[in-house]
Ligand binder design. Sequence first.
Ligand code: AMP
Length: 422
Amino acid sequence: MSFKSLELAQPIQRAIEEEGYTEPTPIQAQAIPVVLSGKDLLAAAQTGTGKTAAFTLPMLQKLFRHKPNGKRRIRALVLTPTRELAAQVHASVKTYGRHLGLRSVEIYGGVSIYPQTKALRSGVDIVVATPGRLLDHLNQGHLDLSHVETLVLDEADRMLDMGFIHDIRKIIASLPHHRQTLLFSATFSNEIKRLSKTILHEPEMIAVAADNTTAERVKQTVHPVDRAKKADLLSYLIGTNNWQQVLVFTRTKHGADKLSKRLAQDGLPSTSIHGNKTQAARMKALKAFKDGRVRVLVATDVAARGIDIDRLGQVVNFDLPEVAEDYVHRIGRTGRAGNAGEAFSLVCIDEKHLLHRIEKLTDSRIEKVLVEGYHPDPSIKAEPVKKRGGNRRRKSTGGFGGGERGASRPQRGGNFKRRDRA
Ligand code: AMP
């Protein structure tokens, strides 16, 4: 199928061509005609499936085709769970809409409210926002949502997980009753079904890439290793395999900072991104990673939600997540839009039960590969995994900073040739 058969306006087709897309992804092929028909939509799609363009392209088309004369009013509202995702969706809106003459703004907390207020005053067609800051603006009378024609809830399951349900309901109460609503969610939980019943009107339903199909696109490997040797093993893997852009997940914010420092000491430019960092610091870290100035981005689950990095080759689970679904979200950061990706999990004896849960959820056995010099010590007994926020320093290991060094660790750092990134 080609984009031409979707009957998008010429300036949108041009932007798509400029992006180098040749054909729509399955979610785009299915969602775009539904959105253009004006129907409500309930779509199950994860990040990496091309879902952003699936709602943005037809939304832009409708705004472009029915430009009212006179004052510019907010006619489309996209809500996202995180600031990063709002910024990314807004970047897509600008990219795909670059030849349309529409105006848009991104609204989220953690940054000054003033430029947002100024942009709203000058008039915009599209608002991409996180719920909390949008409500602030609404309560202060900075915006009028009574002309919104299209509402998009992106990663709705995440928004519910993060406790935004009341904010969402308040926002929806200020929208016209007669509107088009598009709800995108990675999962169809009972909560999502309940929400969709109250805010969608006879929706079309689309499901692509169920949780475990993402897993199928990604080559997954488990490296059994002692906790004390995880950081050494990670440096070793990055160095020997010459990975240039690796996203690493840790369970805690403290763990992310500590690991990032440790990798930097090993000569691997690294930075971290988590909820304790300011928005500006998170954006800076993400940009440095995207630009290739740092090789390793260490992130917690919340901070990494919705991050879209083109052609991310490797994802590493330094710690396995407590919630098995997060594993699927994590590895979904690689192997994007049809590209093959790799996910590695460094699993210590304490985490065996977490691995078991993941294998059960994805209904698969993940290949276990022992790395020479990093075989787990069979005399180490499992200890309970400390809950997030707790002190993860362990008596038996002294934390991952103090582990033994593998004897055969190669030189790292500037000695490796940089792989061309196409
Ligand atoms: P998303 O699921 O919206 O986060 O998109 C994942 C990635 O796929 C982004 O980097 C998009 O730029 C890319 N993408 C979206 N649509 C297409 C397409 N039709 N062909 C190739 N890449 C695409």
